[in-house]
Design a protein around this ligand. Sequence first.
Ligand code: TPP
Length: 282
Amino acid sequence: MKRRSSDESKIDIDNLELIANQIRIDVLEMIHRRGAGHPGGSLSAADIVTCLYFRCMKIDPKHPTWPDRDRFILSKGHASALLYAALARKGFFPMADLKNWGCLDCHLQGHPDILKTPGVDMTSGILGHGIAISAGLCLAGRAQGKDYQVYTMLGDGECQGGIVWEGAMLAAKYRCGNLSAFLDYNDVQLDGFVHDIMPLEPMVDKWLAFNWHVLEIDGHSISEILNAIETSKSVKDKPTMIIAHTIKGKGVSFMENKSQWHGKAPTQQELALAKQELGGIS
Ligand SMILES: Cc1ncc(C[n+]2csc(CCOP(=O)(O)OP(=O)(O)O)c2C)c(N)n1
């Protein structure tokens, strides 16, 4: 295989950073227009979701139900605006559809719905179920002789729910080597800091004890995200948890690290300021 030159890699990383920031802008515009949504946890996970959809996942927007495609399970379904923006920019449906997000009867519901939206691989919104469903998808792929990868995105507040750990046991027991899960470890949940409300540390040790392969990265470093995805794919005998340290509200100074921005829509003025800070591509 031809090795990528360092110039090519840099262009690739710069490009992914631009797409991630454009998706952040899409998300904030959607939330502003709708007057509701979850900016903080969408912005914190934007770099990871961008790397998955624009560089790593084996998908075909023209054939959203292609049986051999890689799967993405947004366990923290409240970040639906992020998923929809990535799917639209990737070409699963027109960008104009984002304007209808949350309208009655439209295909973009407040939380992801596998029966309604092209490209959505799991209905979510009730936190805690992503790991168990991902393990099920891994087992289904194995039974059908398919080699797709299952990618999952969990929130840290979500990990306070016991069902996450039942799924973790299941995935380890069945040696789900084609499962690469991300923990969006932004340390902020709905109304405060995770470390105050119900601390999760030592998180690396917890996943190791549940018999997972564990990686720890900066969840805003494109190169660290890409490397972690590659490493996780090479681990074949156990699932991988990529603990990604992130910042809630990443990229917008007045939103960063503030639980007030977990589920609040920006005003017109706040949106303009945020767009100025993020730059974007169009
Ligand atoms: C089972 C369940 N309980 C409560 C909620 C309400 N809820 C939505 S988001 C959220 C906080 C999640 O925090 P975290 O996982 O840290 O998300 P992030 O910071 O990444 O947005 C809560 C409690 C829910 N959706 N599902």
